[in-house]
Write a protein that binds this ligand. Structure first.
Ligand code: PFF
Ligand code: NA
Length: 454
């Protein structure tokens, strides 16, 4: 049997895990989510979710991958023959996400080129929807490809599948060793520029202004947990897959803390940069910061181009750096999520890595073309909404309940992790996973079904 692929260095694994975690979620999801859910006060539920669910679950997923040494379905199968489906479920969620996430990276790639000459013009909204995505023609007419999206999309997949084809150490590890340090440097430059713009202080004040009343609302806690899960790439099968390539002697608990805190630091940095820039824009237009806050596609592809238009100098350069950052953050995440199903089918069908990349990656690449059509944005919104609402937290809930309550594996996982890690897991870890996390996620699911179905 061929020997299982391994990371070359501990730093390589950490960079890959951090690369998966840091993504569009940090840059365009966190700032608006924090602002809408209590501003400075949001950090209370957010830190609670990070410490009682995010990092404990990360430790658990790292342990599952390291102990059972397989992709998510294989690891769950080895854990108990009856739980293989749980791995496939997570893999399916990952597969769906990758099909549209790739498209957003493709947009960012195009925008990094547009940025150079600010060719999006003054009406950035019209540019995105009519000129670039071509939605004006007839949104119902999904049959025609939008060439502006199609070409960068092909590039995104070529890079991603090329990296995966090269393997764990020579592909994934090497790519992240380049992407992540570059991303951090570029992003720091942008954030420094943003917070030194006139009006940035008002933006930051708006962001951090705490609304303590908000944290008595269940909705805010749900938002905090949702953000942590998505942002840390938990319950996507990713972290299980990545940790399955760890050498036998590897620290697990410490690595989970490093990954969790690096991701949150980047998130905080993004919040500061984004709100600094929003404060600048509000000042330029003489409106309150509240009026210009946005997140998601609107923030990155409508508001940011506007802000960049108004930059006092070097607009093209900063615009380019911003969109290249999105591309780097996105690619490292896309690589991780695609690897989860590449590894899963490779092991299930006993085929080579090259064949798995060809079939699995090829299939998602082809399906993602759907989102590069004139009606693509509509499908993208629908898929994203559905996955975020029903996919991730649901998998997470079932995962902890199965492991903590049905299989009662927490004790053996605890000794496994403690046997190899510097930091020791105490009883609190089991309380977080066995009690706190299931209760909160259970409440989240209940709340979700109530608001969506009743
Ligand atoms: N942790 C990623 C983020 O914050 O953007 C979530 C993610 C999304 C990972 C899509 C991988 C992926 F392909
Ligand atoms: Na993230």
């Amino acid at each position: 049997m061929e020997k299982r692929a391994q990371w070359g260095t501990r730093a390589g694994f950490i960079l890959a895990a951090v690369g998966s975690a840091i993504g569009l979620g940090n840059i365009w999801r966190f700032p608006a989510t924090a602002y809408e859910n209590g501003g400075g006060a949001f950090f209370i539920p957010y830190l609670f979710a990070l410490l009682t669910a995010g990092i404990p679950l990360l430790v658990m997923e790292f342990t599952v991958g390291h102990k059972f040494r397989g992709s998510a379905p294989l690891s769950f199968f080895r854990m108990n023959k009856k739980t293989e489906w749980l791995g496939w479920w997570a893999v399916l969620v990952a597969f769906v996400i990758s099909t549209y996430y790739a498209v957003v990276i493709a947009w960012a790639m195009s925008y990094s080129v547009f940025a150079v000459n600010l060719s999006w013009g003054d009406d950035t909204e019209g540019f995105l929807f009519s000129d670039y995505l071509n939605l004006s023609v007839d949104p119902g007419q999904t049959g025609s490809l939008v060439p502006g999206v199609f070409i960068p999309l092909v590039l995104v997949w070529l890079v991603t599948l090329g990296v995966l084809f090269a393997g764990v150490k020579k592909g994934i590890e090497r790519a992240n060793k380049i992407f992540i340090p570059t991303l951090v440097v570029l992003f720091l430059i942008i954030v420094l520029r943003a917070i030194t713009l006139p009006g940035a202080a008002e933006g930051l004040q708006t962001f951090f202004e705490p609304n303590f009343e908000s944290i008595t609302s269940g909705k805010v806690w749900v938002a905090a947990y949702g953000q942590i899960f998505f942002s840390l790439s938990i319950a996507f099968a990713i972290m299980i897959t990545y940790s399955s390539y760890l050498p036998k002697k590897s620290d697990i608990t410490n690595n989970a803390f490093i990954t969790g805190f690096s991701n949150s630091s980047f998130e905080l940095l993004a919040g500061i940069g984004v709100f600094g820039a929003l404060g600048f824009m509000a000042t330029q237009n003489n409106v309150p910061v509240e009026d210009v806050v946005s997140g998601g596609v609107g923030l990155a592809f409508v508001v940011f181009p506007q802000i960049i238009n108004e930059f006092p100098a070097l607009n093209g350069l900063f615009g380019f750096l911003f969109f290249i950052s999105l591309v780097l953050a996105g690619l490292s995440s896309l690589i991780s999520i695609t690897e989860t199903y590449v590894a899963a089918i490779k092991e299930k069908f006993g085929i080579s890595r090259a064949a798995a990349v060809g079939f699995g990656g090829g299939l998602s690449a082809v399906l993602s073309i759907l989102f590069a059509t004139q009606g693509g944005l509509f499908f993208l919104d629908a898929a994203d909404y559905f996955i975020n609402q029903f996919g991730i937290a649901f998998v997470g809930l079932v995962e902890v309940v199965v492991i903590a309550w049905f299989l009662r594996n927490l004790n053996s996982f605890q000794s496994h992790a403690n046997g190899i890690s510097d930091l020791r897991l105490g009883g609190w870890w089991k309380i977080c996973l066995g009690v706190i996390t299931p209760v909160v996620l259970g409440y989240m699911m209940f709340d979700l079904f109530k608001t969506n179905l009743l």
